[in-house]
Design a binder for this molecule. Structure first.
Ligand SMILES: Cc1ncc(COP(=O)(O)O)c(C=O)c1O
Length: 421
């Protein structure tokens, strides 16, 4: 933060990297330096910075209409975007509501679940991150820093186990921790939040801020099964995992589950603030008219950016490139892990990969993570980020258009940083 800045210090991590433009996976600073951005602005610019088709769609729409408040007048992109979302989301998702950020959408999803079920409570899973507004904070359990000083938060949120979360490792199907976590969920429903009082389970298929930890298939399917049995809505938060990030359009496609409500943001509009809640039609139809809304939801430029983004993501070969680059990244990181005992494990799904750093006692090493990130940035001009409750995860979330040579450059920077920190 600059001295005498008029910006709120709550942006404690305000970067001093002063960027003036971006193209694909690259960003350029005011002093003319080029950086490789393997963060995608926290998993947002999936089509890369300023993809020409997205830029064109935004520019064209900006000349037509910038703000069309949906209660005053509708505009001609609202329906086409809903149709497009219907095509790309799981078949259970049939009707759509638009808002502006991930937190707004997760809050909206829970409002909808409460209205539909007429039940008050929500069950979340350890390590969850659903945003920073009050209800979203109440559902966020990945770090106390998100909640401290904001208590009391809305009540009625119960926390269930995430297999492997406390150990910081991805658990495979068949591991006894899967059944243990499902048993704990049953216990919660028996002892703390009765099914008749539980509106929703909200779950991230791959923990995002909680440490890039994919949930085992049998676990997510067990959660969905319990939801169905008890008339509890199965809400999947794909704010970070959605829109090709994991190598499929949505991470739930890796699982045999049918979300009742799907929450989308980040990758949806290539960086334009835009989010969406999708739900089964019978659920959406029971959301009382006027009980939710917002001034900016369904903004025409956001819709144009989202339509262009989805067109790019559905181009032939696009997701294949994601999966190829994911394989390259994953195997490169695993190779490095085999050479270096400081790496606890490598895990993830598609281009959402986490690497844990541990000290000689095999305990989380957040300090080393900070040093590695700083080294990669300062010496190699490569941007990577941390994640996780213990701060010891380096997360890799490059734009989905990342090139082979750029992944290699990222891996080389990581190797060098490991050697020199
Ligand atoms: C899974 C998930 N849900 C919700 C959010 C909140 O999104 P936003 O920061 O746009 O409010 C995030 C942000 O990182 C997220 O990763």
């Amino acid at each position: 933060m600059r001295e005498n800045s008029r910006l709120a210090p709550v942006w404690s991590k305000l970067s001093d990297l002063d960027v003036i433009s971006g193209k694909g996976a690259l960003v350029y600073t005011s002093s003319g330096e080029e950086y490789l951005d393997l963060t995608s602005g926290i998993a947002v610019t999936s089509t890369g910075h300023c993809h020409p088709k997205v830029v064109q769609a935004i520019a064209t729409q900006a000349q037509r209409f910038i703000h069309a408040q949906v209660n005053v007048y509708t505009h001609d992109l609202l329906e086409p975007l809903a149709e497009k979302l219907y095509e790309v989301t799981p078949s259970s998702i049939e009707s759509f509501f638009y808002s502006n950020s991930g937190a707004e959408a997760t809050e909206g999803a829970i409002k909808l679940a409460r209205q539909y079920t007429k039940r008050p409570n929500v069950i979340v899973f350890q390590g969850s991150f659903h945003g920073r507004t009050s209800q979203a904070m109440a559902m966020t359990t990945s770090r106390t820093s998100y909640r401290a000083g904001h208590m009391p938060l809305p009540a009625g949120v119960f926390v269930s186990l995430t297999p492997g979360y406390l150990e910081g490792e991805a658990v495979l199907d068949g591991d006894p921790r899967v059944q243990k976590a499902l048993d704990y969920l049953d216990y919660l429903l028996l002892a703390q939040s009765a099914p008749s009082e539980t509106a929703a389970f909200i779950v991230e298929p791959v923990l995002g801020e909680g440490g890039y930890l994919p949930l085992p298939k049998t676990f997510l399917e067990g959660v969905a099964k319990r939801a169905k049995e008890h008339g509890i809505l199965f809400v999947v938060d794909e704010v970070q995992t959605g829109f090709g990030r994991t190598g499929k359009m949505f991470a739930v496609e890796y699982y045999d589950v049918e979300p009742d409500i799907l929450v989308m943001a980040k990758g949806l509009a290539s960086g334009f603030p835009m989010s969406a809640i999708g739900a089964r039609k019978d659920i959406m139809d029971r959301w009382p008219v006027g009980s939710h809304g917002g001034t900016y939801g369904g903004n025409p430029i956001g819709c144009a950016a989202a339509l262009a983004t989805i067109d790019i993501l559905t181009e032939k070969g696009f997701l294949e490139n994601v999966r190829d680059r994911a394989l390259q990244l994953r195997s490169g990181l695993e190779e490095i892990a085999a050479e270096d005992g400081a790496i606890g494990n490598v895990r993830g799904l598609g281009l959402m990969v986490g690497v844990t750093l541990v000290n000689s006692l095999k305990k989380p090493d957040a300090e080393r993570v900070s040093k590695i990130i700083a080294h990669a940035r300062d010496e190699s001009k490569v941007l990577i980020m941390n994640a996780g409750t213990w701060g010891n995860v380096i997360r890799w979330m490059p734009p989905l258009v990342v090139e082979e040579a750029q992944i290699k450059r990222g891996l080389d920077a990581f190797r060098l940083a490991l050697k020199n920190t």
